[in-house]
Design a protein around this ligand. Structure first.
Ligand code: ATP
Ligand code: MG
Length: 284
């Protein structure tokens, strides 16, 4: 199944999240059945990341957005497990620090965008500035509503500089979120993940839905598409996200970098060194 086609948000078309079933699994039956396919994509992503790093002429930015407990951390853990930590990084967007808040909303993001050769994951992102900021009315509408165009321009700038941008909204149901909150409450190892604000934010679900629908619709572009990933099943979320990332990286046409030295010359040096070493060994 082509998840890129299936889950991409069409630019400029009205998005209704309620019409997308968060429990769907694309005809895949179970976690066990999906595992070989997930492994295949995760392995391929790792191979392609090595090529991206070696070439250092393009980069990849993956933006993860979702409500609490939808699995952003899980996606980071699972999908990037195969990649080399050298050349990859994850940045989590928290409430802006005083210094960050004193700058424009894209400032802190721009400093963390991937350099050539790198893969960067944004766990939350500058999209918070049209989501939480909008829902909580942290700035007036006149301010946040202008940000969609600014984001599109910002992403165009990154794209023109060789960055591929992929954006995932992890879509869960309120029931599934509550179930996950319960697991965090029942499992001492997960207690640290609980926050009281999770419950007050949950009450704002309709407002968040409206904000997400608006943001995804206005900022899904050909060069920086949004994908709505059904995420009630963690394994299906991982399958869909890994396929989309792997196939996007295939599209980047990454190849082994050209050899920068005269191989014949280096071979001569090698043979000379090997002969000298042999002579040395013979003496000893
Ligand atoms: P989890 O989903 O696992 O709880 P998290 O991403 O929510 O992880 P937290 O430290 O709990 O991590 O929350 C970070 C908080 O920072 C979020 O509530 C987010 O909405 C908020 N935040 C991020 N960017 C901004 C921003 N620009 N303005 C205001 N709040 C922001
Ligand atoms: Mg949280």
């Amino acid at each position: 199944m082509d998840f890129r086609k299936q889950f991409a948000v069409s630019p400029g078309k009205k998005l209704k999240l309620a019409a997308i079933d968060p429990s769907q699994s694309g005809g895949h039956l179970s976690n066990e059945a999906a595992q070989p396919e997930i492994s295949k994509y995760v392995t391929r992503m790792a191979e392609l990341q090595a090529l991206l790093y070696a070439n250092a002429d393009q980069s990849l930015l993956v933006v993860l957005q979702a409500l609490d407990a939808a699995g952003k951390d899980g996606v980071v853990r699972h999908l990037f497990s195969g990649m080399n930590p050298q050349g990859t990084s994850v940045f989590g967007f928290k409430q802006p620090s005083a210094s960050e808040a004193a700058h424009d909303f894209l400032w802190r993001a721009h400093q963390r965008t991937p350099a050539k050769g790198e893969v960067v994951v944004f766990n939350r992102s500058y999209y918070e500035d049209v989501l939480v900021v909008r829902v909580h009315e942290l700035v007036p509408k006149a301010v946040w509503s202008k940000r969609f165009d600014l984001i599109n321009d910002f992403e165009k700038l990154l794209t023109q500089n060789g960055t591929r941008i992929l954006k995932f909204f992890l879509h869960i149901s309120p029931e599934e979120q509550l179930e996950r909150f319960k697991q965090r409450l029942d499992d001492p190892a997960r207690n640290w993940k609980i926050s009281e604000s999770d419950y007050s934010e949950r009450e704002l679900w309709p407002k968040y839905t409206e904000a997400y629908e608006d943001a995804l619709e206005k900022t899904s572009t050909a060069h920086a598409p949004w994908y709505v990933i059904p995420a009630n099943h963690k394994w299906f979320r991982n399958l869909a996200a890994s396929q989309i990332i792997a196939e996007t990286m295939e599209d980047m046409k990454l190849k082994l970098p050209p050899t920068r030295v005269d191989l014949e010359e280096v071979r001569r040096k090698y043979h000379a060194a090997a002969a000298a070493q042999e002579k040395q060994n013979g003496k000893g």
